[in-house]
Design a protein around this ligand. Structure first.
Ligand SMILES: Cc1ncc(COP(=O)(O)O)c(C=O)c1O
Length: 400
């Protein structure tokens, strides 16, 4: 099925401002239907969840629909979908809750490829319990995290492996099923950061082998909140701190306070929009399968165009572009212009391609980019060839 990028772009009011958006890995633009769903919820009568009034029932329905939408997106079950303010908040909360079961001598494994949101919560939880943190290093030439780098750190005391499904800096994708198999064989749980993968590739929680999978709708055309998916039976074994009167049921046990109903409605709309990226028949998961495959082909073709164009420009250094499997995300620097200056000069040309370590701080340092980082260009569902060419033209001008 062909991907009609012009039709997709027409649904994004933000694009009317004219910029070429390569800032999607930081947060995507949203289609009209997501904005409408958020506004529509705020305009309707909505109360706290309940069954007595129409307003209560509306809130209840919105939560149920959003859990079902995320379950369809991740091939998870609705009662295993936890909503929170952000992936960072959900990961801190889960780290603290899981760490109640850890003790001195236990170990956790994190990776230097990860965003700090999947490192620091585990480091802090480990510190609080006298648990040892081991770091799996990625190969700084290829940008790849080898299975062996994680497997080599596993012991009988490893309680958890925290690993990213895709680097938000380099786009490289560790082999999560193989890592999960090794971790499970050692008796460890696997917590996967799916924030950067979810917008680009259809996820199947069971196939990935992740015990926990965290992502953020605002990276895949939705509003600003976070989602954690897990097997409800596993969630039953975890006891987070919670208020006395609040529900102890799973997944509500993990959702502190009142949920943002308008953002949940926006999340459902985002998943529906993804499912409809190309016209198709069948249930939502089936349509997601077809649409996400078409999206992946579209984005990977643009990535090849971008990488090939950048590689031809003298004075441009590409990082991790040799990665075997990458999301459509490219990190690069220029010999003659600092990343911050390039970011500013590209913005003047209507190209939004930020420069930073993007919180993948350990990754940036290992790449030799220190705390400065480099320029990141991320391709999104609304990116087209003219955006890529505009970026390449801008980089040529800065390099020349
Ligand atoms: C790979 C990755 N993990 C985690 C996060 C943090 O997500 P959130 O803002 O939902 O806490 C980000 C945000 O940029 C990210 O790119």
């Amino acid at each position: 099925m062909t991907y009609d990028v012009a039709a997709v772009r027409a649904r994004f009011p933000a694009l009317e401002e004219g910029a070429a958006h390569f800032d999607g890995p930081g947060g995507s633009q949203v289609p009209d239907v997501v904005a409408d769903a958020v506004a529509g919820t705020l305009r309707a009568a909505v109360s706290n969840r309940g069954v007595t009034t129409a307003a209560e029932r509306r809130a209840d329905g919105i939560v149920a629909e959003a859990r079902q939408a995320m379950a369809d997106l991740l091939a998870a079950v609705p009662s295993g979908i936890v909503f929170g303010r952000s992936m960072t908040q959900l990961t801190y909360d889960m780290a603290r809750a899981l760490a109640k079961q850890w003790g001195p001598g236990d170990e956790v494994v994190v990776t230097t490829l990860d965003h700090d949101a999947n490192i620091r919560p585990w480091v802090h939880a480990a510190e609080a319990r006298g648990v040892t943190v081991r770091r799996a290093d990625f190969d700084d030439k290829s940008g790849e995290l080898d299975v062996a780098a994680v497997a080599g750190l596993l012991t009988g005391r490893t309680r958890l492996v925290a690993v990213t499904a895709a680097s938000n800096l380099l786009g490289t994708r560790p082999d999560i099923p193989a890592i999960a198999e090794r971790a499970h064989a050692a008796g460890a749980l696997v917590y996967v950061d799916g924030v950067h993968l979810t917008p680009h590739s259809l996820v199947d929680l069971g196939r990935l082998g992740a015990d926990f999978y965290a992502c953020s709708p605002y990276k895949f055309l939705g509003p600003h909140l976070g989602v954690l998916a897990a097997d409800p039976a596993l969630l039953e074994t975890v006891r987070p701190d919670k208020l006395l009167p609040s529900s102890d049921a799973v997944p509500e046990r993990f959702e502190l306070g009142t949920l943002p109903y308008e953002l949940l409605a926006g999340t459902t709309a985002a998943v529906d929009f993804l499912a409809g990226l190309v016209p198709g028949e069948g249930g939502r998961r089936e349509r997601l399968t077809v649409s996400m495959a078409a999206l992946e082909r579209h984005e990977q073709a643009l990535l090849r165009r971008l990488d090939a164009g950048l590689a031809e420009i003298a004075g441009v250094t590409l990082y991790g572009a040799a990665g075997r499997r990458r999301t459509p995300t490219t990190l690069f620097s220029l010999d003659r212009v600092t990343p911050a200056e390039a970011y500013r000069l590209l913005a003047e040309r209507g190209v939004n391609a930020p420069a930073s370590h993007f919180y993948a701080l350990e990754c940036s340092r290992r790449l030799g980019l220190g705390d400065t980082g480099a320029i990141r260009a991320g391709i999104a569902p609304y990116t087209d060839e003219s955006d890529v060419d505009r970026l390449l033209r801008g980089v040529r001008e800065l390099a020349g």
